[in-house]
Design a binder for this molecule. Structure first.
Ligand code: HEM
Length: 333
């Protein structure tokens, strides 16, 4: 049984670990890594396979795509130690989802976004999940998002767009995925779970980076990126622009900084505008979702549409493939 007291005890234990981390950069990775861990556990679900996997506490740790997760879950990692010391009577899969829920609550605006009411427990851990790593998307674009999140996991575009909004927290690492940078302009912004991901996506000039390598992605053209590069994956930018059709490209070709076109800082890309989707393209559903989660005309602080969609998508993703999960009780006694 998992009751409310246990659920919130995990939340507060994670807050305690976070408060002991003094470096902001490490804190960003601690928080971001926990949500990524839960996501990698559920993104291997394939409803069309004889081995559907999903949220089952099983990850192919040595797979390239999971690099970096071992800094969150390992014998000496605070999260793992917490689990082993106090909560090992519940499944790892449940613990990872509760931990990610805790991160999201703690980093949400006014700590108001609490996923406790939609949390279900009872996931069972799998001892092995061979091939699971091959199912996790690496960021090549929207064909891959369709294959994984839509076709295999059975989600809608609006769910996929909401889940990718989690990139508002955390960062990419040169040493792990090879994608170096934060999705947000500042480290402080990367510690807030809000709709800023969509604002950044739509408002900035994004130009292709790492062209011709397997780390192809986008970097923001902005003077605010002094402390670190601000980046987006192809899987992020393709929610608005058809980067599967044209890459390299630049999202806004008519902006200038110090007299130089923002697309032409490293490569000349001002003649390669990222194409919009045709009106009848099924991916317009993704574009419409991005616009919806902006919450109205900018600037505004309306987190409602994003939080609502995220809760729906997160529920589907974390319960996928399970049919016997239960709500948390008021008390187990
Ligand atoms: C198409 C799907 C996705 C792709 C291609 C993708 C790709 C990536 C990549 C390449 C990184 C950087 C890893 C590193 O270098 O440390 C990353 C980090 C992250 N991802 Fe995703 N991701 C996807 C979906 C998701 C989902 C569904 C979630 C959660 C709902 C999520 C949450 C995160 C978070 C929070 C981080 C930051 C990790 C940290 O700070 O260490 N991602 N993702």
């Amino acid at each position: 049984c998992i009751d409310k007291a246990t659920y919130y005890a995990i939340d507060s234990d994670i807050e305690k670990i976070a408060s002991s981390i003094t470096s902001q950069n490490e804190l960003v990775h601690f928080y971001g890594g926990i949500v990524r861990l839960a996501a990698h556990d559920f993104m291997d679900h394939d409803r069309n396979s004889g081995t559907p996997y999903g949220s089952d506490g099983c990850i192919e740790w040595n797979h390239e795509v999971n690099k970096g997760l071992q800094t969150i879950w390992c014998n000496s990692c605070p999260l793992t130690k917490l689990y082993k010391k106090t909560y090992s009577y519940i499944s790892k899969a449940d613990f990872w989802v509760i931990s990610a829920n805790a991160v999201i609550r703690q980093l949400s605006k006014n700590q108001s976004f609490d996923l406790a009411n939609t949390f279900l427990w009872g996931r069972k851990d799998a001892a092995s999940c061979q091939g699971a790593g091959d199912r996790i998307p690496t960021g090549t674009g929207c064909r891959e998002v369709e294959d994984t999140l839509l076709d295999a996991m059975g989600l809608q575009w609006r769910d996929a767009v909401a889940l990718l909004g989690a990139h508002t927290i955390g960062k990419g690492h040169e040493a792990f995925s090879g994608h170096d940078g934060y999705w947000m302009p500042t480290v402080a912004d990367s510690l807030v779970f809000d709709k800023k991901y969509y604002e950044e996506l739509i408002l900035r000039t994004w130009r292709s980076r790492n062209i011709g390598t397997k780390e192809e992605d986008f970097v923001a053209s902005t003077e605010e990126t002094h402390e670190h590069p601000q980046m987006m994956l192809k899987a992020d930018v393709c929610l608005l622009y058809n980067t599967d059709r044209k890459y390299p490209c630049c999202s806004k070709t008519n902006r200038f900084l110090h007299g130089v076109n923002e697309c032409d800082w490293e490569e000349v890309l001002s003649n390669k505008k990222c194409p919009s989707y045709a009106k009848n393209d099924s991916r317009m559903e993704a574009v419409r979702a991005v616009l919806e989660y902006l919450g109205g005309i900018s600037p505004n602080d309306n987190q409602g549409p994003f939080y609502k969609a995220y809760a729906t998508a997160w529920f589907k993703a974390t319960t996928n493939g399970h049919d016997n999960l239960k709500s948390i009780r008021r008390t187990c006694w």
